[in-house]
Write a protein that binds this ligand. Structure first.
Ligand SMILES: NC(=O)c1ccc[n+]([C@@H]2O[C@H](COP(=O)([O-])OP(=O)(O)OC[C@H]3O[C@@H](n4cnc5c(N)ncnc54)[C@H](OP(=O)(O)O)[C@@H]3O)[C@@H](O)[C@H]2O)c1
Length: 164
């Protein structure tokens, strides 16, 4: 299916594997120029392989735990492409464990990657997203658990968001 996205530019975090990589491959086939972010460059290369597209692909190695790194990559993208039509946050990390025994530092680590990083990246890229009415997608998770049910092992972030 042709979506009419040719000549658009997309920034995708977490593009080195999983959902982010699959989205990158799909957009490359639609002729979208890609700015792919992750720590694993070999994974990013697979996401934007030339067999999928002839559109431009740029890779940005960044650890989203570090604010300075996020700001630097946003600056680099601004210089390199000048406008962003689609920003997709796919990077994410979690670990499973009991809230009773997991150090709060683990929650802090997940919060940095899953919440703080998308906030900072969106904020820093907005000046080059807004003018052409770009789209922002935040791919994360939804909870299907009903109130009152007990899951002893869950991600710390989910525990903190809910009543367990
Ligand atoms: N798979 C599912 O069924 C599912 C369902 C609902 C929600 N989710 C959520 O969707 C998100 C993506 O899922 P996925 O299955 O695609 O996971 P995945 O295959 O583990 O991919 C996670 C991505 O996040 C990046 N990442 C993690 N920590 C990072 C950091 N500190 N700095 C920069 N990049 C980082 C990784 O890149 P590098 O390793 O290259 O840094 C990787 O590309 C996660 O938040 C997950 O919880 C997944």
């Amino acid at each position: 299916m042709v979506l009419g996205l040719e000549k658009q530019t997309a920034v995708i975090t977490g593009a080195s594997s999983g959902i982010g990589r699959a989205i990158a491959k799909g957009l490359a086939r639609q002729g979208v120029s890609l700015c792919l972010m992750g720590r694993n460059i070999a994974g990013l290369e697979k996401a934007g392989s030339k067999e999928d597209s002839t559109s431009a692909m740029r890779m940005y190695k960044v650890d989203l735990s570090f604010e300075a790194g996020i700001r630097q990559v946003a600056e680099d993208i601004t210089k390199d492409v000048g406008h962003v039509d689609i920003l997709i946050h796919c990077a994410g990390d979690y670990s499973m464990g009991l809230i009773s025994s997991t150090p709060v530092e683990e929650l802090d680590r997940q919060y940095k990657i899953n919440v703080r990083a998308p906030y900072i990246l969106t904020q820093t890229l907005l000046p080059i997203i807004r003018p052409q009415g770009g789209q922002i997608v935040y791919q994360f998770k939804c909870r299907s658990q009903g109130k009152g049910k007990s899951f002893p092992v869950r991600s710390q972030q989910t525990c903190a968001e809910s009543d367990c």
